[in-house]
Ligand binder design. Structure first.
Ligand code: SAM
Ligand code: DTB
Ligand code: SF4
Length: 352
């Protein structure tokens, strides 16, 4: 298959596409937005066939990585992200709470492990952690890691040295999303910018932590902006190990609550294009599954999604309950991906 960045598979590094106009303040992209838009425009069957074929080349098509999320610090956030229930600026019914005690976090992680999750992701509604905030989070990371689970945190923007502290405590992944294309970011968020996000992603990568970075669709963005988001993600060098694709959960009280729902087929296209542009990354079918019928999720798995959040809550909104997901896996013949399996596949892909 003739795909943008196919050379990445053989050479191990992206080739900058100099014909593509660069956006001020944003690194030159290896993926041209126009190339990604061309993938979006393919006939649906061709797009899905290409995406699924590439998916099978790199992954067991029936294995899905399973992570559980916990909000360790909910609400009261200083930022104004227009989709978020946790911004202090919107009346969403989500109250501001303090950091959860270690015992509660550990109990949650143990329960997630018992239900079959291999990774535990801890999220905090912060612009970024203050110095005093980080110590208790480091304790949580150490304790969850000691249970034998992979660890992930999403704490907002990091200051110098904080990524190293997290790594040294045993953190495996840091989640920090670019959320949308650079030109649309200011329509959704005004309290921080795209460069701030890229700066934190650079710090995370430089420490050797694995990067979990994706975005949200259904924010009222154009298809071109969806292509722009994927071009940005695929141009991170190396591409993120994990790419969450969130479908906007429309939260009453937020500025984006009244937007129309994204066309389901367009969502499947987004997953397929993410798979094509990031062949060896885990593509996570993230927020929005609660509203997706089984057949739509099945199409997403066929298009190349191979990880989910598992457990009846995301951060503040519902997720399908675990019984429902077990039935879905049984219906589709899917099985949870073992941690070592994911790592080995990634390692194998790196030497292809
Ligand atoms: N405060 C940190 C930050 O902004 O990076 C970490 C938590 S924040 C809630 C993590 C991510 O959740 C956001 O970047 C966004 O992609 C996703 N998210 C938040 N609210 C959402 C919503 N209503 N629908 C879909 N995704 C959402
Ligand atoms: C990500 O990309 N999606 C997750 C996780 N990373 C932190 C969060 C989804 C949040 C959905 C809205 C809520 O539950 O508040
Ligand atoms: Fe705060 Fe993160 Fe929500 Fe933005 S997405 S308001 S930074 S919790």
């Amino acid at each position: 298959v003739n795909l943008p960045g196919a050379d990445r598979l053989t050479s191990g590094s992206p080739s900058p596409n100099l014909a593509c106009p660069s956006i001020p303040g944003v690194p030159l992209m290896a993926y041209c937005v126009a190339d990604v838009e061309a993938l979006f425009a393919l006939p649906f069957n061709d797009l899905l066939f290409k995406a699924h074929s590439l998916h099978r080349l790199h992954f067991d098509p029936n294995a899905v990585q399973v992570s559980t999320l916990l909000s360790i610090k909910t609400g009261g956030c200083s930022e104004d992200c227009g989709y978020c229930s946790q911004s202090a600026r919107y009346h969403t019914g989500v109250d501001s709470e303090g950091l959860l005690p270690l015992s509660e976090v550990l109990a949650s992680a143990r329960a997630a492990k018992a239900r079959g999750a291999t990774r535990f992701c801890m999220g905090a509604a912060w612009r970024g952690p203050k110095k005093k905030d980080l110590q208790p989070v480091l304790e949580m990371v150490r304790a969850v890691k000691a249970l034998g689970m992979e660890t992930c945190t999403t704490l907002g923007m990091l200051k110098a040295g904080q990524a190293e502290q997290l790594r040294d405590a045993g953190l495996d992944y840091y989640n920090h999303n670019l959320d949308t294309a650079p030109e649309y970011y200011g329509e959704v968020i005004s309290t921080h910018g795209y460069d701030d996000r890229l700066d934190t992603l650079g710090k995370v990568r430089a420490t050797g932590l694995k990067v979990c970075c994706g975005g949200i669709v259904g924010l009222g963005e154009s298809r071109s902006a969806r292509a722009g988001l994927i071009a940005q993600l695929a141009s991170l060098d190396p591409a993120p190990e994990s790419v969450p694709i969130n479908l906007l959960v429309r939260i009453p009280g937020t500025p984006l609550s009244e937007l129309p729902a994204l066309e389901p087929i367009e969502f499947v296209r987004t997953i397929a294009v993410a798979r094509l542009c990031m062949p060896t990354s885990m593509v996570r079918l993230s927020a929005g599954r609660q509203e997706m019928p089984d057949y739509l999720q099945a199409m997403c798995f066929f298009a190349g999604a191979n990880s989910i959040f598992y457990g009846d809550k995301l951060l503040t909104t519902p997720n399908p309950d675990t019984d429902k997901d077990r039935r879905l896996f049984a219906t589709l013949g899917l099985h949870p991906m073992a941690t070592e399996h994911a790592t080995t596949l990634k390692a194998n892909c790196a030497v292809l």
